[in-house]
Design a protein around this ligand. Structure first.
Ligand SMILES: [Zn+2]
Length: 432
């Protein structure tokens, strides 16, 4: 058993100015230093650092990591052209080894940013079957991260293979580190025939789908099917409890009422929406309707802290009000993600409390104004999030990042190896 001592502890609920945590795979004891007694623990002195739970990224595309540094002709006039000119060119050339190494590259970066549970939406057109297992091997077996994975079913690919990959992966993995959802790309890339097939195979597996990311998705649905996207999906009984409705920049009140009734979640990715110039998500509207909201990165950066900042600031702009959202709302989004992954992975996660998994990070922080239980999240949001880099990161009580570096030799070696696979992918993408 280990004990981290002399740490400032905050878990989005409780605050201890100078405390200790006794842990192995799970947290065994938490308290003030004045109550600490060394019962033979391996003691690690936190030297006044801040200890807090690791982050969850609620929507990502790990396969997109090798786009970094890739220059392609890129002159999109709308969202569909962004997909055509960049992402659909890239994902169609990915096979299982490239999927594995993209998992190593993106997972390592997440880890260094304190993000240790990732809900991913995977696509790889060259090899679909076995792709989620390749990603699982990188994230779970090599890096020891937690993940909830699925494959983006779409009519761009052999649909039966996409369905098989989702269903068989979700059936096979139910551990405290990994499980599956049913992935679907978006309404505009899914025919009626495909939705019927999915509906027959889905059972109670929640779906994970992009909805109304751009106005083109809704317009396509109305033109082809004379209904809104959420109504279209609901007609096929696809929206079930714990489904992830991602983006929702253009959802109507009627659609949001269905999302709420089906006990699904909204997952917002504000920075990605800005980058693609599709619009600003009205997170306040989702919250006013009491739909649980989580925050993802859409594969754009590995810093969840940046996403939390942008989600709040952009909601202010969207509503033309500096009080449309406050840091308490961001705290709700963070806690919603812990509840969600805790339920899907069957663990207690996101609190520094007895019985919870030992997934936490340490950051140097010396406040120059008073820090207490009432204002701790304010210090973190305004003081740490703009330049957030944990010094040490633990998962299951094992230190995976020490002094800003990965601890695992295997992870470091494979991270270097990933350059070879990214080069191969670039070559394939550039071939006519
Ligand atoms: Zn996405």
């Amino acid at each position: 058993m280990k004990a981290l001592i002399n740490v400032r502890i905050f878990d989005y609920q409780n605050y201890i100015e100078n405390g200790f945590v006794v842990f192995d795979k799970t947290i065994l004891k938490v308290g003030k230093m004045s109550e600490f007694k060394n019962d033979g623990y391996q003691v690690i002195d936190g030297k006044g650092q801040l200890l807090m739970p690791n982050f969850v990224c609620a929507h990502s595309h790990i396969y997109s990591i090798f786009a970094r540094g890739l220059a392609l002709p890129f002159n999109p006039l709308n969202f569909q052209e962004i997909l055509d000119q960049m992402w659909w060119k890239l994902d169609s050339k990915i096979d299982n080894p490239i999927t594995y190494y993209s998992g190593i590259a993106a997972g390592s970066e997440f880890l260094l940013n304190g993000v240790t549970t990732i809900i991913d939406h995977h696509a790889s057109g060259t090899e679909i079957l076995g792709s989620l297992t390749s990603l699982k091997k990188a994230l779970d077996n090599t890096l020891h991260l937690r993940s909830i994975l699925c494959f983006e079913t779409s009519d761009r690919y052999p649909v039966d293979e996409c369905i098989k990959e989702n269903v068989s992966f979700a059936k096979r993995y139910h551990t405290d580190h990994v499980t599956g959802l049913f992935g679907m790309h978006a309404s505009m890339s899914l025919s009626e025939m495909t939705l019927k097939k999915i509906s027959r195979k889905l059972k109670d597996l929640p779906i994970h789908i992009h909805v109304a990311e751009s106005d083109m998705d809704e317009a396509d649905c109305v033109a082809k099917y004379h209904t809104s996207i959420i109504e279209r999906l609901d007609k096929h009984n696809l929206i079930n409890k714990d489904s992830l409705i991602v983006h929702g920049v253009f959802l109507s009140d009627k659609e949001l009422d269905i999302v709420k009734e089906r006990k699904a979640y909204m997952v917002v990715n504000t920075t990605s929406n800005l980058n693609n110039a599709v619009g600003i998500t009205d997170i306040k509207k989702f919250m006013d309707k009491k739909i649980p909201v989580m925050i993802g990165n859409d594969g754009l950066s590995s810093s969840m802290a940046t996403e939390y900042l942008n989600a709040m600031y952009l909601t202010h702009l969207k509503n033309q009000s500096p009080t449309a959202m406050n840091i308490g709302h961001i705290l709700d989004c963070i806690n919603n993600a812990y509840d969600y992954v805790g339920r899907r992975l069957n663990i207690k996660i996101g609190k520094i409390k007895e019985g919870y998994v030992s997934d936490f990070m340490l950051l140097p922080y010396t406040p120059f104004t008073e820090m207490n239980g009432d204002n701790a999240f304010g210090h973190i949001f305004y003081g740490l999030f703009p330049n957030f880099k944990p010094c040490d990161v633990y998962v299951d009580g094992a230190r995976l990042v020490k002094n800003y570096e990965l601890v695992s030799k295997k992870a470091k070696t494979e991270l270097l190896e990933s350059r070879k696979y990214s080069k191969e992918l670039w070559k394939r993408v550039k071939e006519k």
